[in-house]
Design a binder for this molecule. Structure first.
Ligand SMILES: [Zn+2]
Length: 160
């Protein structure tokens, strides 16, 4: 099923909700998150600016999962099917600005992918990141092929 067509105002509203959700999740998890370890920084240093390596915070959740946004209820009323919406609770990890919340132990590959998102947030700022994510999602019907995601996936495929 195609996604419902939203007006420009609705797209703007969704992007604002995403900004609120990401900001709130960052505030929730950042206090309990840890900086990269020395060895993680050593592995990632060739690929990322020190600003990202130093600002990023990591947390691995045990016995709990990230909550999906409350505004999903409103999106469903707008005509979205629940299965169409990105399911953060079942993603391996999600980056909220500089705070990477993972449901699994960090591998170098996972950390690399999420640090690309940390850099995206730093380059774009949260409002622009959210707008790109939402527009990418609405135009491709897939959170994994949104522009922010494909940027991260391309970056995480080094030619080894
Ligand atoms: Zn990603």
């Amino acid at each position: 099923m195609p996604l419902p067509t939203l007006s420009a105002d609705q797209v703007e509203w969704v992007a604002q909700q995403v900004v609120g959700y990401i900001g709130q999740q960052c505030q929730t998890y950042r206090p309990g998150a840890a900086p990269l370890t020395v060895s993680q920084k050593t592995v990632m240093r060739p690929f990322f600016p020190d600003s990202a390596l130093n600002s990023a915070r990591l947390v691995v959740l045990a016995g709990q999962r990230v909550n999906n946004p409350r505004f999903y209820g409103e999106l469903i009323q707008m005509g979205f099917a629940p299965a169409d919406l990105p399911d953060f609770a079942h993603m391996v990890a999600i980056t909220f600005v500089d705070t990477v919340v993972s449901h699994e132990t960090f591998t170098d590959r996972l950390l690399f992918h999420e640090l690309v998102h940390v850099v995206q947030y730093a380059k774009l700022g949260l409002p622009e990141f959210a707008a790109k994510y939402v527009k990418g999602f609405l135009s491709t019907n897939s959170s994994t092929s949104s522009s922010t995601q494909s940027w991260a996936y391309q970056s995480s495929q080094p030619s080894t």
